[in-house]
Design a protein around this ligand. Structure first.
Ligand code: FEO
Length: 163
């Protein structure tokens, strides 16, 4: 049995991962409407990754026999500004997700749920990679601030991302 307090926090986290997916889908659409098709594709891959993250939590809770309490996912905004602003917002969002994962990890420890701590370790590592990946994009996009041609090159390059 997952302790009730921890189960409630996991319920909230499923919604947080779904909200992240929703956010990146909206960013993908925003990039598409601005003709940044490559960044749009990159965000679609990110959208699918977040769905996978939500699924991992759902599958884990099912495995533990924990009934899932579904929570609302947050509706995203419709505009995200320049590519630099969009990726800065992405980095801030990933940092917030990291904080959530760390809080879950601490709570699992406090509740003496070792299995959930082990489950969460994958996410602790994943967030290190997620933040590094997005931070690199932020820096590269920042470098192109006064060179539109370079930005279009990055758009093409990041559009090669696959799942
Ligand atoms: Fe599911 Fe990007 O964290």
């Amino acid at each position: 049995m997952i302790p009730e307090k921890l189960k409630a926090a996991l319920d909230e986290h499923v919604a947080a991962e779904m909200s992240a997916a929703y956010l990146y889908l909206a960013m993908s659409a925003d990039f598409d409407t601005k003709a940044y098709k490559g960044f749009g594709r990159w965000m679609r891959v990110q959208f699918r990754e977040e769905l996978e993250h939500a699924l991992k939590f759902v599958d884990y809770m099912l495995l533990r026999g924990a009934p899932i309490g579904w929570k609302d996912a947050k509706a995203p905004a419709t505009g995200y500004g320049t590519p630099l602003e969009a990726f800065e917002a992405t980095l801030a969002h990933e940092q917030a997700v990291t904080a959530r994962i760390h809080n879950l990890y601490r709570l699992a420890g406090a509740e003496n749920d070792l299995a959930t701590q082990v489950f969460l370790q994958w996410f602790v590592t994943e967030q290190v990679e997620e933040e590094a990946r997005v931070a690199e994009i932020v820096e590269k996009v920042r470098l192109t601030s006064d060179r539109p041609g370079s930005l279009l090159y990055l758009d093409k390059e990041f559009g090669k991302r696959s799942a």
